[in-house]
Design a protein around this ligand. Structure first.
Ligand code: ATP
Length: 500
């Protein structure tokens, strides 16, 4: 693969060609940043959700799940701050008429300088033995100069964002001579704030209708049900509420396939703790979540924490788990210590007490919250892009294989009669019936066996079970493993154990 851009294109077309992800409304030329999951995509996505749900709800006795409605009382979004502050700064290029996020233009500019530094480091690494990277970064004049540029821009940018200084952001874009990638010009409009929430009307009569919002996060559905769950579940602090569900954001620039969508899914968990203990639990959840990612067997080098230096006004600690996507390290999951901000705001706006009486301390308080929040689709992209592999085999032929973690693979085993006669299809059907109650399996008798193996490799099926002449004699089959392509014989009674 020539470069990461080509690799990413190959991944997107593979996702479509093999029934994982289709552009929404494709026969009507699509709908920007909205995607549909196909027959294998939905399986992979469901497996990801189940893997998360099990880790959170099944393994933690003090976490329960809910499924709240997408539509909620509009005041909820006033209380949460989304009506007033869930904005992105947008800017248009007057020549190309293309719209951009001002903050993203600046971040991309910083990234380009960072890429230059990394290139310099990689070059030097190849040239010198016993290369001391830290020393090189401190002393190489070009690297030092570029690093200073990054530090200066970052400081200025953070200050402007903090002060909501839109004119300043435009000036910074002009000062950095950032041009529109389409028109190549620097003919920019002023920067404006743009609210990311989709709104709609509830009720059939337009005049009397209330504006309601499609939720931009699932978390608020948890906060407003805090007391319901605590009381009916007799939950004792610390405890958590988990939820998986759709969220909607009118993203200004939706790019990078399913990384940034307008309709997406989140897996969120709010953990309610005693005031003063939140940072301890923040550390706990940082560890738990990174362990969850690593348990999938993906190279740990692909993950890193990015601690937030500038915190939202309601947070007292925040970090992102970033993943190395084909387009670089980007946020996959957020872990936030949100203090008692949300519950207190809902107390204020609803006039209802949202308190917990702590029998251990004999006190009543608004609990503090540590949240873990991960996008299902981003997790899908992380797993899928990491699994995609184009290989040249010893005989010079090539294969595309999805090395998906076996727990997440859409189809766990394919059952393949070597030929369509001599009782082999019937035997294969018998094996399908044994496996069906346990795993999603696929029967395939079309084409030569090699081509059938390749088809299964391309959708990430960990095992192919082949029924051949010997099966008819001794009730054994050949199992072929996806990654090693090794083959061995197993008795039919043993197949389930083997797959397990
Ligand atoms: P970003 O900075 O990338 O816009 P964010 O910080 O706004 O993300 P959060 O509000 O913390 O994201 O949402 C939690 C998680 O939801 C993110 O880590 C991400 O995995 C997912 N997510 C957020 N926005 C989108 C989107 N537009 N499309 C897909 N997933 C998303």
């Amino acid at each position: 693969m020539a470069n990461n851009e080509d690799l990413f294109k190959a991944i997107i077309s593979h996702a479509k060609e093999y029934g994982f992800i289709f552009p929404s409304s494709e026969i009507y030329d699509g709908l920007s940043a909205v995607y549909d999951y196909g027959q294998y995509g939905v399986e992979l996505k469901n497996n990801i959700k189940q893997y998360w749900w099990k880790a959170m709800v099944q393994y933690h006795e003090n976490i329960v799940g809910i499924d709240s409605a997408i539509f909620m009382h509009p005041t909820i979004w006033k209380a949460s701050g989304h009506v007033d502050a869930f904005n992105d700064p947008l800017i248009d290029n007057k020549d190309s008429k293309k719209r951009y996020r001002a903050d993203v233009l600046i971040e991309d500019h910083i990234q380009k300088i960072e890429d230059k530094i990394n290139k310099e480091v990689e070059k030097a690494k190849k040239r010198f033995e016993n290369f001391d990277e830290a020393l090189f970064r401190q002393t190489n004049p070009r690297v030092v100069e570029n690093q200073k540029k990054i530090d200066d821009i970052t400081a200025k940018y953070a200050e402007l964002m903090q002060n909501n200084d839109l004119a300043g952001l435009k000036q910074l874009i002009l000062d950095l001579e950032i041009a529109c990638p389409i028109s190549g010009t620097r003919n920019w409009t002023d920067v404006r704030q743009f609210n990311l929430m989709f709104s709609t009307q509830m009720g059939s009569v337009a005049e009397g209708a209330d504006t309601i919002y499609l939720r931009p996060e699932t978390a608020q559905g948890i906060f407003v049900n805090f007391l319901n769950v605590q009381k009916t579940g007799r939950m004792k602090i610390p405890f958590g509420i988990a939820q998986i569900g759709k969220a909607f954001r009118n993203e200004i620039v939706a790019r990078q396939f399913i990384f940034r969508m307008r309709e997406f899914e989140q897996m969120e968990m709010q953990f309610f703790v005693r005031p003063g203990e939140e940072l301890k639990w923040f550390e706990y959840w940082k560890k738990e979540r990174i362990e969850w990612h690593k348990s999938l067997g993906i190279d740990p080098e692909n993950y890193r924490f990015h601690d937030h230096e500038k915190l939202a006004h309601y947070a007292n600690a925040a970090t992102d788990i970033e993943f190395k996507f084909p387009f670089g390290f980007k946020e996959l999951e957020g872990i936030h210590s949100r203090t008692n901000y949300d519950l207190s705001r809902h107390e204020e706006f609803s006039g209802k007490k949202l308190r917990y009486f702590d029998p251990e301390t004999n006190e009543s308080y608004v609990p503090y919250v540590v949240e873990t929040s991960i996008g299902v689709d981003r997790m899908f992209l992380a797993v899928f892009s990491n699994a995609y592999c184009e290989e040249t085999l010893e005989d010079g032929s090539t294969r595309v294989v999805l090395r998906l973690p076996a727990q997440l693979a859409p189809v766990k085993a394919a059952v393949l009669p070597l030929v369509k006669k001599d009782g082999m299809p019937e035997k294969a059907r018998e094996i399908m019936d044994i496996l069906k109650p346990h795993y999603l399996c696929q029967y395939d008798e079309k084409d030569a066996i090699g081509r059938r193996y390749r088809r299964q490799d391309a959708i990430g099926t960990p095992y192919c079970i082949t029924i051949d002449n010997q099966t008819m004699e001794d009730n054994t089959v050949t199992i072929r493993e996806r990654d090693s392509m090794q083959q061995y014989r197993v008795a039919i009674d043993e197949i389930i154990n083997k797959i397990r």
